[in-house]
Write a protein of this length. Sequence first.
Length: 316
Amino acid sequence: MLITGAAGFLGSHLTDRFLADGHSVVGLDNFITGHRDNIAHLSSNPKFSFVEHNISTYTLVDGPLDGVLHFASPASPIDYLKLPIQTLKVGSLGTHNSLGIALAKKARFFLASTSEVYGDPLEHPQTESYWGNVNPVGPRGVYDEAKRFAEAMTMAYHRFHGVDTRIVRIFNTYGPRMRPRDGRVVSNFIVQALNNEPLTIYGDGSQTRSFCYVKDEVEGIYRLFMKGDPQPTNIGNPLEFTVRQLAELVIELTGTTSPIVAKPLPEDDPKVRQPDITRARTMLGWEPKVDLRAGVARTIDFFRGLVGTARMAGTA
């Protein structure tokens, strides 16, 4: 398996999952948002090899491949707003290059898409048949439209070249190996709480999100790769929580005395986000098992281990 973005949060967990099942993995990453620590434990694994490379540029991979899984992309608002051109390139050029590799190797192609293709949805919960409500020229458009283009390119290769393809639409996922201060709400709240900083919510915190623990998310992705079909498939937790409820849970589990502080709502911030996972349940026999309290507690333990490190401070 070739996994782009293998040093990222999801990519590294997915690499572990494939290796655990006996597959060999070539990991590819340029560390623009990934981190070497996420794959350091694999350095002596004979079934894992790593290539430091930007998939948005010309890419040559030696040897046979059975699968190409494209997970390379900035994925949090703070990242894709800071790296708008790179985000658009990896969604377009990176996807094209990855599909070209899959075609040449006669390999199955798997695209990591996102619930962001639904934008600020007018349908709730979101089914795969919903086309979305996206502002193409807003600040979030660089990520939303990159992924929408990537889906279109994937389907074009499937229809025109006959490539065996999969598309997963990933909803909010959290857990160990998230990058501190990456702009995602779970990591933000935990890092702020552990540093006794105010927990920042936007607006009144009534906007909702559905949080899936990384082990559950990766299991759904793995099953989709193995026995899914070419149509997009939502993988996420259908249980919905407000952002304020999440902040209160983090305060409780960390024992911090940090207050909750409200800031203005960012432009085009989705008011609701909840997956309909009927397809995943029916086709894959998958649904999440880890509840939010247990998952957040495990994630807090991971971040406690980083307290006082350069990585926790955001300087490594």
